[in-house]
Write a protein that binds this ligand. Structure first.
Ligand SMILES: [Zn+2]
Length: 244
C-alpha cells in the first residue's frame, strides 16, 4: 500500500514496546488517528524532532493491513516549541488534548475543533494570554463545537433570572431551581460566557477584561462542565493546577 500524507498535529504520545512510540495525530481529514514511530527512543533517529508532542505538519504514514499505521517521516510547519520548553504550558496543552480526545474520540474528523485546537496551541506558544483564559475559552468552544452549547438565556426551568450554572443541565438556572452540583454564576462570568459562545472562532481570544480574576471563576465553571458532560475526571487537569 502507498504511503499517505496527513496534515495534523501530534496531540498525545506514549512509549510502545522497548524503543518505539505510539503517536495520536489530530488530522484534518481523518480526525484523531494512531501511528507507531519505530525506533524513536534510545538511539539517534533522523527526523526525531518532527515527532515531538504538539508538532504540526504533514505526516507521511504507511498503512499496513489490519495493523496500526507506521509513521515514516514528517514535514513540520510549526513545532510550537515554546510549549514543549515550558512545563506549565505543556501541562495545560496536555489537558486540552485529553478533553479533545474525550469529546471527539478517534477517526472522527472535525475541522472546526481542529481549528480551535490550533488557535489555542498557537496562542499559548506565541502570545502572552492568561493561562486560565486560554483554558476556559477552549473548554467552552470545544463543548459548543462538540454539540454541548450551554443555554445561557434565562433559567432553563422557569425563565427566571439566571444566577447559577448547572453543568448537568448545560444551562443557567435561577435561585429557586438550584440543584446539587450547580455553581454560582456572577454577572461578569455570565456575560463572558455568552460572548465566547457567540464570537466567531477566529476572534475567540480577542477580548479583554478589567480584572483577570474573573478567569478563575470562568475556568472552574468550564472545566466542571467538560468533566460532567464527559462523565470523567482528568488527571492532567490536576497536574496543570498543581503547576500554578
Ligand atoms: Zn428557575
Amino acid at each position: 500500500m502507498d504511503d499517505l500524507v496527513y496534515r495534523g498535529i501530534i496531540i498525545r504520545q506514549t512509549n510502545y514496546g522497548e524503543a518505539h512510540r505510539m503517536l495520536w495525530i489530530f488530522t484534518e481529514t481523518d480526525g484523531i488517528i494512531k501511528a507507531v514511530r519505530y525506533g524513536i527512543r534510545g538511539k539517534k533517529t533522523s527526523n526525531a524532532a518532527a515527532f515531538q508532542l504538539f508538532c504540526y505538519g504533514d505526516f507521511k504514514l504507511r498503512p499496513s493491513r489490519g495493523e496500526i499505521m507506521t509513521a515514516v517521516s514528517a514535514d513540520i510547519i510549526d513545532g510550537f516549541y515554546p510549549i514543549s520548553e515550558d512545563i506549565v504550558k505543556l501541562s495545560l496543552m496536555t489537558y486540552l488534548a485529553d478533553i479533545t480526545y474525550a469529546v471527539l474520540g478517534e477517526a472522527n474528523p472535525d475541522r472546526c475543533i481542529l481549528s480551535l485546537f490550533l488557535n489555542t496551541v498557537y496562542a499559548l506558544a506565541n502570545r502572552d494570554e492568561p493561562y486560565l483564559k486560554l483554558k476556559a475559552v477552549y473548554e467552552l468552544k470545544l463543548m459548543c463545537a462538540g454539540g454541548f452549547m450551554p443555554d445561557l438565556g434565562v433559567c432553563a426551568v422557569c425563565g427566571g433570572e439566571p444566577v447559577y450554572f448547572s453543568p448537568g443541565k448545560g444551562a443557567a438556572v435561577c435561585r429557586e431551581h438550584l440543584a446539587a452540583g450547580d455553581m454560582r454564576l456572577s454577572d461578569g462570568a455570565l456575560a463572558l460566557m455568552r460572548h465566547i459562545i457567540s464570537v466567531p472562532d477566529k476572534r475567540m481570544l480577542a477580548f479583554r477584561v478589567k480584572d483577570d480574576s474573573i478567569y478563575i471563576e470562568l475556568s472552574e465553571i468550564c472545566e466542571k462542565y467538560v468533566s460532567v458532560q464527559a462523565d470523567r475526571e482528568f488527571p492532567s487537569l490536576d497536574y496543570f493546577k498543581s503547576m500554578l
